[in-house]
Design a protein around this ligand. Sequence first.
Ligand SMILES: NC(=O)c1ccc[n+]([C@@H]2O[C@H](COP(=O)([O-])OP(=O)(O)OC[C@H]3O[C@@H](n4cnc5c(N)ncnc54)[C@H](O)[C@@H]3O)[C@@H](O)[C@H]2O)c1
Length: 311
Amino acid sequence: MNILVTGGAGFIGSNLIDELVIDNKVICVDKLNYGMSNINHLLNNENFKFFGIDVTDYDALNEIFLNHQIDMVYHLAANSDIKQGVFGSEIDFKDTFLTTKVLLDVMKNNNVKNLFFSSTSAVYGDKKEVLNELTPDLRPVSYYGGAKLASEAFISSFTAMCDMNVVIFRFPNVIGKRLTHGVIFDFINKLKNDPKKLEILGNGLQCKPYIYVSDLVDAIIKLTKNIKPGIDIYNISVIGNGTTVNEIADIVVDEMKLENVKYEYTGSDRGWKGDVPKFSYDITKVLKTGWKPNYNSNEAVRKTVKDVLGE
Ligand SMILES: NC(=O)c1ccc[n+]([C@@H]2O[C@H](COP(=O)([O-])OP(=O)(O)OC[C@H]3O[C@@H](n4cnc5c(N)ncnc54)[C@H](O)[C@@H]3O)[C@@H](O)[C@H]2O)c1
């Protein structure tokens, strides 16, 4: 297949491409927020091509579709740092929503029907119940979650209007090698700067499921192999409990072999405005497909800390 991956130079996109290039021709488009380091190793691979474009640039994206027969698109380009919302809604409007809208227009124009979309638990908002794909009344509390939900809505309308075949995953927190942001990344950087104290946003009791990136990539590839007409949405996560921020701090300190680190909390039940401090997923639907994650949440955290320290 000829596959196009948006955001392919990022953390998850580059891990996905590493698997896709084994059997497919892959075109990666990315505006390189984090540079080329995640894809440098692919540049000599004859199954791989890179275009440094902004996905919201209709003409640049359309040109790539006109020059290549694309069979399937994996759309991962987005602002991935929810905290950026404190500076305003523009970044999520453009990088999280408009990338989706422009991509859909270009796909329609070129009669490309197959799409995978990386959505998020943030579309649900701050809910107490265990979340499944049919949980009603989605009320995002971050611009990022709003832009992802708006993307899902546009994808739904394009699917109906243009007879598309779509798989959507609502990712939880995804971690692993080449991580570009998030609590593990922040803790390691803070402790490298000052190994005696660690500032923890919120009260440390925030608790979320963390999935290891190779488990996620396995599921994406498995569930997009026989993509069907309409939209199929999956909550994807680990089996068992999530990991608290305090547990993450302990694992990072342990793996960095530090002692007597003073934790300093900024207070409140959440790390920042727009954060959802606790959520858990019902993943019955995805488990019924036969996919199963190899790591639970705490194992994924420890493995990621080792990865990041080893990079
Ligand atoms: N990492 C997570 O925990 C997580 C959780 C839920 C959903 N997601 C979603 O998964 C996808 C990948 O996330 P990630 O963690 O790999 O993030 P990432 O930031 O590492 O990768 C995203 C890539 O998209 C690119 N990009 C952003 N805007 C662009 C634009 N306008 N044009 C072209 N390229 C653009 C960036 O340069 C970056 O390389 C994103 O859509 C993100 O919202 C991630």
